[in-house]
Design a protein around this ligand. Sequence first.
Ligand SMILES: NC(=O)C1=CN([C@@H]2O[C@H](COP(=O)(O)OP(=O)(O)OC[C@H]3O[C@@H](n4cnc5c(N)ncnc54)[C@H](O)[C@@H]3O)[C@@H](O)[C@H]2O)C=CC1
Ligand SMILES: N[C@@H](CCC(=O)N[C@@H](CSC=O)C(=O)NCC(=O)O)C(=O)O
Length: 375
Amino acid sequence: METAGKVIKCKAAVAWEVGKPLSIEEVEVAPPKSHEVRIKIFATGVCHTDSYTLSGSDPEGLFPVILGHEGAGTVESVGEGVTKFKPGDAVIPLYVPQCGECKFCKNPKTNLCQKIRITQGQGLMPDGTSRFSCKGKQLFHFMGCSSFSEYTVVADISVAKVDQKAPLDKVCLLGCGISTGYGAALNTANVEPGSICAVFGLGAVGMAVIMGCQVSGATRIIGVDVNPDKFEKAKEFGATEFVNPKEHSRPIQEVLVEMTDGGVDYSFECVGNVGLMRAALEACHKGWGESVIIGVAAAGQEISTRPFQLVTGRVWRGTAFGGWSVDSVPKLVEDYMNKKLKVDEFVSHNLPFEQINEAFDLMHAGKSIRTVLKF
Ligand SMILES: NC(=O)C1=CN([C@@H]2O[C@H](COP(=O)(O)OP(=O)(O)OC[C@H]3O[C@@H](n4cnc5c(N)ncnc54)[C@H](O)[C@@H]3O)[C@@H](O)[C@H]2O)C=CC1
Ligand SMILES: N[C@@H](CCC(=O)N[C@@H](CSC=O)C(=O)NCC(=O)O)C(=O)O
């Protein structure tokens, strides 16, 4: 049946309220407007940021909403003015767009295109309206992606066209977690051969940082996590040592400084805990150590350290989507297809979409790296 131009009724997981399990509903998805693309999502990952927003910790959190931002699928139809995509194209929707025209896109120092950031943060399409409704109520979009819906509508500047042969139930993870961690090591920190690195938090993001540090030639990669079950997997990605803060009575930065003759060259916080962000900075070597914040902290949280830590040469950075832009994603997919980049290894669980709440439970229990849900 031809669906272009029509409202599509399909399955989606709706977050009606803060902190409540997602509810599988039939939703209506309106056709794409000008410079929009409607995508049939084939598979989606569940990232900690989805859980963070569902928990009510996100100052931009809006309800009711369709969460999800780690999806892949095929183009169902395109709105007026869309030239880069056609029905059937394999695509990954992205929360960092690339308009190519704004001040940010023109500055090679950042990947943070701001063309649609305001409406995206308001849970709306660039024209200020939503394409989703359910039971007569408008639903908000999430991070410009809303991949927890069988069909979604996104801005055309937020879509990466990828290899038609790519397995969508794997490369969906390049829409967030893997790319973010990998890029944090390669692009943001620019880890050099011979470096000593510490990675705080061994979820998918932390594992991908480890992979990036290894690819960059780091000689020591220290994984830090309170869940020792993560250590075996981290070793597969290249971690050389592990530290469990629960096994030490001293601040963990002191333990790391001692282990590394003065501190690490690079540290990465992949949890979203401001105390750990401080520890990650203070674990860095005097004079040159750099710490990258990746974790997303709850509303109202602030970071602190003695300014002397920075005066004496440590550097604090942050990264969104590992510094990659839309144009980078097809290349990451190619690297995966050419076996230069691990992706399959991050998939710890596969579940049917209807079991989405189990995917959240697995993550909270520390049992999954990434659960991929298939429609
Ligand atoms: N900046 C960005 O562009 C992105 C940021 N994120 C953020 O990155 C963080 C990690 O995301 P995921 O890997 O999906 O999360 P995850 O929940 O899969 O992994 C988090 C890991 O941190 C560990 N952990 C928790 N508390 C800890 C502590 N006090 N000390 C050491 N380890 C601890 C957990 O045991 C777990 O292994 C989240 O805050 C998420 O929101 C995720 C994607 C992109
Ligand atoms: N909305 C929050 C911040 C959430 C946040 O920091 N998001 C990350 C991506 S997390 C992906 O899983 C990010 O890249 N943000 C950049 C952006 O422009 O949103 C808040 O308001 O604090």
